[in-house]
Design a protein around this ligand. Structure first.
Ligand SMILES: *Cc1c(COP(=O)(O)O)cnc(C)c1O
Length: 341
């Protein structure tokens, strides 16, 4: 099977397994796991932030951040396509007792003027606006990267209005590679950042949340309450340390593979509008009587898996476990499809 459904379908490489087996571990709830401590220190250092916290999933690191940044009844501004809004099970309401203010956005990316207009006045009728959540790359927006100036302008609005600014950076490394930016640029403008290791980085699990020392102290308490305090988590942290050393630069390959697939797809008469391909995610509409399910079923016959994300929309994601030959094979199958039907 060639699995393009998500970049979460990767398995640890032999090198990563080896790193796991050799990991130094301890009880992380007591703060005594050297591998977790090293991962947290390295990530904080990489992003120029004071402290970091290893969490079991990206959802948990986002939810922990939102809980720490808000009080019950507060309002969180985010895009209408944000993962924190549409894919975290209503977690903002459940965990933080806060409500969301989803903003209509181009591919999941909001603008400073929209944030400014969505801030509630100091009025007892209104929920207190306390947090803005951005997402980079934007998953439902087809892996697009925020314009840096937009981020800076939003951070200025937040500063002026005393709002916290959180980044759901599940695929932030993809954005850094694609835009050739530095991690520290991001650390400098956000109050908190979460980064996933279970996506393109190829690890079995985990995410790292970063922020100020005070923020992370609180985040550690919330993570414990959510049941996310792990014991010998160093076996998993070791995979993340390995990925930091070996899997960031290679993300460019995933982006190149996505471009190859996009080029083949555009030639297919059943493929309609496609978002520009900035990183490792391709989202396109199907047309000419095709449905997303049928498109997926046809490719499945050639052992190629893609994901229907709406009745007429398909998602393809490249990652560590699809190599150049597999991508070429998929390109051939996409071209062949026309002749078969
Ligand atoms: C995958 C993802 C997450 C978190 O996912 P987990 O599966 O909980 O690790 C958060 N935000 C975005 C944008 C994602 O794509």
């Amino acid at each position: 099977m060639i699995d393009f459904r998500s970049d979460t379908f990767t398995k640890p490489t032999p090198g990563m397994m080896d790193a796991m087996m050799k990991a130094q571990v301890g009880d992380d709830v007591f703060g005594e796991d050297p591998s977790v401590n090293l991962l947290e220190a390295k990530m904080a250092d990489l992003f120029g932030m004071e402290a970091a916290l290893y969490c079991p999933s990206g959802t948990m690191s986002n939810q922990v951040a939102i809980k720490v940044h808000t009080l019950p009844g507060d309002e969180v501004i985010c895009s209408h396509l944000a993962h924190v809004y549409i894919y975290e099970g209503g977690g903002i309401a459940f965990n933080a007792g806060a409500q969301t203010r989803p903003i209509n956005s181009n591919r999941g990316m909001i603008k400073a003027a929209q944030v400014e207009a969505a801030i509630n006045p100091d009025d007892v009728h209104k929920a207190r606006t306390s947090l803005v959540c951005l997402e980079n790359t934007s998953n439902r927006g087809g892996g697009c990267c925020y314009d840096w100036n937009d981020i800076v302008q939003i951070s200025e609005v937040c500063e002026q209005s005393n709002l916290q600014l959180h980044l759901d950076g599940a695929r932030l490394f993809n954005a850094l590679v694609a835009t050739k930016q530095e991690a520290k640029d991001y650390g400098g403008v956000f109050d908190s950042i979460s980064v996933c290791f279970n996506k393109g980085m190829g690890c079995p699990m985990g995410s790292v949340l970063m922020g100020s020392r005070d923020f992370i102290r609180e985040a550690r308490r919330v993570r414990k309450k959510l049941g996310g305090g792990l014991r010998q988590a160093g076996y998993m942290a070791a995979t993340c340390l390995y990925a930091l050393d070996h899997h960031i630069g290679r993300l460019q390959e995933d982006h190149d593979h996505a471009k190859m697939l996009a080029t083949a797809l555009i030639e297919n008469q059943y493929v309609g509008h496609m978002f520009p391909v900035d990183t490792n995610i391709i989202i396109f509409d199907v047309q000419n009587g095709m449905t997303a399910q049928r498109f997926s079923d046809i490719l499945r016959k050639d052992d190629i898996l893609v994901m229907p994300v709406a009745a007429n929309q398909v998602r393809i994601v490249t990652h560590l476990d699809v190599n150049r030959e597999m991508v070429q094979q998929a390109c051939d199958a996409i071209v062949q499809m026309q002749n078969q039907l």
